[in-house]
Design a protein around this ligand. Structure first.
Ligand SMILES: O=C(O)CCC(=O)C(=O)O
Ligand SMILES: [Fe+2]
Length: 640
């Protein structure tokens, strides 16, 4: 079992609501005489911090913890994106202090587990207490901090205590903490989430210092920072022989003082984070996108008719979000293939059956918005969020956004780029990731397909900076509906330089301003592009160009690709990231930093994402600054 998954798995097994061991769950002697065994406190974290934590959750989480739940333990964050640790550490500490205060246990508790959880529609938890296994006997107190608000961000999902003192029911709201002893005096459950995503920071505490999660977290962190530093030194400054040796960094907590913090500060982000999304993106040729849109075999383009992607039967699956044009292309897959149901219920899988990587991407809640003849409708986002906009939006031709568009805010995990178009169609932006890199190994070498459950726990931080200089400029495809290199327009064949691109970006913006196109963002893996070729959404030449731009699969290049609609069905632009972690970070960051979950154009996502390196740098500075403190805190908490 992976180190980073161990803690959460320990949690997993305690959650089936059964008590298997009569000895487990007795109150710890220290907790036997508490004046209260549970408490609810509001305002423990600010809404801003909560929102940031949701971003951290969405950009680093893995699935597999429990059905309909994604999670990012502190181990996951330390592994995937350590620069996101500061908000989590801060929050964890605030929760710890609040719990210690509430129960009169100042400085007595160690954090045994901390993790961010996203409970999607259908997620629930039966009656249980949190120390209902013998091996959980060191788990003494529990705290759940709600990061968002019932009724606004998700439906239902009440926390309930089975019996005992009031309160018996807690409605989650942002900043609210429910804390209770983990023993059998606090049997509780979580009612099923009806829609949206219920986000929490869940912490367990122990009176036993040796149960602290800090040492393994710090160890991982140290290892990662060491890796980055040595990689940086080796590859970025090879001339400095003295620096090119791997640094001597203690891997044990308490030895972090061995870090050369100034060197780390100087080097890590420039080399391994990059400036955000590649700055180059291709425009659609004039006229692209005109023609009918077909959604799951139903011609919706430019015509009237209410297209109900979220349940009207025309799209039987959210596969639309995944395969981009696939749902638009013919739909037999969606229906006959027995794939997932709308709203991301049980998901048999897009592409390979049961592939958790794909399921995780689906779980990101990306979805399709199609515009058709003044009608706008959407495929639900996998979180079951009810659409908050009327089905029909009047579509002012030639303007950028229909009334009410600004108010669309269904789920934070959805980044949808869309515009109304006088000619109905939609374009998809894919954040395509070479699957071999999804594990995020920052060293080059043969690509490895990660084991699905560890997806997202790879080391992010491969050089997007480099990628900007190596953008593959490509566009496709024929208008035959099947794609073909022979018909690829000239602009899709020749690489263009960034300068030209800037001008074109402006033009693109202008065109977007005119409301010419509609675009969605989705995230995919590059191997899915092959499937897209088969489906005719992407032409072979395009894939070849993508591959060419990357050199070989071990290179850390990114490609930006825009496809013109195939036969008027759909188009997509692909932003190719070197690994999944980075792709998710960029897209989720864009949503976070703008506080929206939809963008009007690809440019907006791109622009927002550019701020990522600034943000990450800031947070990394914080981490490096606080690391010694945190180490000693961890040291102290673990009784050293
Ligand atoms: O999310 C909640 O409200 C409670 C979760 C819970 O009971 C648990 O994770 O054990
Ligand atoms: Fe629980």
């Amino acid at each position: 079992m992976d180190v980073e998954n161990e803690a959460i798995n320990r949690g997993t097994h305690s959650h089936d609501g059964t008590e298997v061991n009569a000895a487990a769950g007795h109150p710890h002697a220290r907790l036997a005489q508490l004046p209260a065994v549970r408490t609810v406190l509001d305002g423990v974290l600010s809404p801003e911090l909560c929102r940031e934590l949701i971003f951290v959750l969405r950009s680093t989480s893995t699935i597999g913890y429990r059905p309909h739940v994604r999670s990012a333990t502190i181990h996951d964050v330390a592994t995937t994106a350590p620069w996101l640790l500061p908000p989590l550490i801060r929050a964890r500490h605030a929760v710890l202090s609040a719990v210690e205060d509430a129960f009169g246990l100042s400085l007595e508790l160690a954090v045994e587990f901390s993790g961010l959880m996203g409970w999607a529609r259908g997620a629930m938890l039966g009656w249980h207490h949190d120390a209902n296994r013998e091996y959980l006997s060191q788990r003494h107190l529990s705290a759940v901090l709600y990061l968002n608000t019932q009724g606004e961000d998700f439906g239902a999902g009440d926390f309930r205590f089975k019996d005992g003192p009031e309160p018996l029911r807690v409605a989650p709201r942002v900043g609210r903490l429910v804390a209770y002893t983990a023993d059998r005096r606090n049997v509780h459950c979580v009612e099923e989430v009806a829609w949206g995503e219920r986000c929490t920071l869940t912490c367990w505490f122990s009176l036993d210092p040796s149960a602290s999660e800090d040492p393994p977290v710090l160890q991982r962190l140290c290892r990662n920072l060491t890796t980055w530093r040595s990689l940086h030194v080796l590859s970025a400054q090879p001339e400095k022989e003295s620096e090119s040796r791997a640094p001597e960094v203690g891997l044990n907590p308490g030895q972090a003082v061995a870090f050369n913090v100034p060197v780390l500060r100087h080097c890590w982000w420039q080399r391994y984070l990059g400036p955000g999304l590649p700055s180059s993106m291709y425009q659609l040729p004039a006229g692209a996108g005109e023609g009918p849109v077909r959604v799951d075999g139903v011609d919706v383009g430019g015509q009237s008719g209410d297209v109900d992607l979220s349940g009207g039967g025309k799209v039987t699956s959210c596969d639309a979000e995944w395969t981009g044009g696939a749902a638009a292309e013919g739909g037999s897959e969606g229906a006959a293939g027995g794939r997932g149901t709308v709203g991301g219920e049980e998901r048999g899988g897009v592409g390979r059956e049961g592939d958790l990587r794909l399921e995780r991407l689906r779980h990101l809640g990306l979805f399709v918005v199609a515009t058709a003849g003044g009608m706008r409708s959407e495929c639900q986002d996998g979180l079951g969020t009810p659409p908050r906009v009327p089905r029909k939006i009047p579509q002012p031709v030639g303007t950028t956004a229909p009334p009410g568009l600004d108010k669309i805010n269904s789920t934070g995990s959805t980044v949808t780029v869309r515009l109304e178009s006088p000619r109905a169609w939609f374009t998809t932006v894919a954040v395509a990731v070479r699957p071999g890199d999804a594990a995020g190994d920052v060293t080059s070498g043969p690509a490895k397909v990660p084991s699905s459950h560890s997806l997202g726990t790879g080391v992010a931080g491969t050089p997007l900076a480099d990628a900007v200089g190596n953008v593959c400029n490509y566009g496709s495809c024929s208008n035959s509906g099947r794609g073909g290199p022979e018909e690829s327009p000239a602009w899709c064949q020749e690489p263009r330089d960034v300068k030209t691109q800037e001008v074109e970006d402006e033009e693109e913006d202008n065109q977007l301003e005119e409301g010419r196109s509609g675009e969605d963002v989705w995230v995919g893996l590059v191997d899915e592009l092959e499937a897209a070729v088969e489906k005719g959404t992407l032409c072979q030449e395009g894939v070849k160009n993508i591959m060419r731009s990357g050199g070989n699969v071990a290179d850390n290049d990114a490609a930006v690709v825009r496809l013109m609609p195939v036969g008027g069905l759909a188009g997509c632009a692909l932003v190719w990231f070197p690994n999944l972690s980075e792709a998710l970070l960029a897209v989720q960051f864009a949503a976070y930093v703008r506080n929206v979950d939809r963008f009007r154009s690809v440019m907006q996502v791109k622009e927002a994402s550019k701020e990522f390196s600034v943000y990450a740098h800031m947070r990394m500075e914080e981490l490096l600054k606080d690391l010694p403190k945190w180490q000693s805190l961890g040291f102290m908490l673990s009784g050293g």
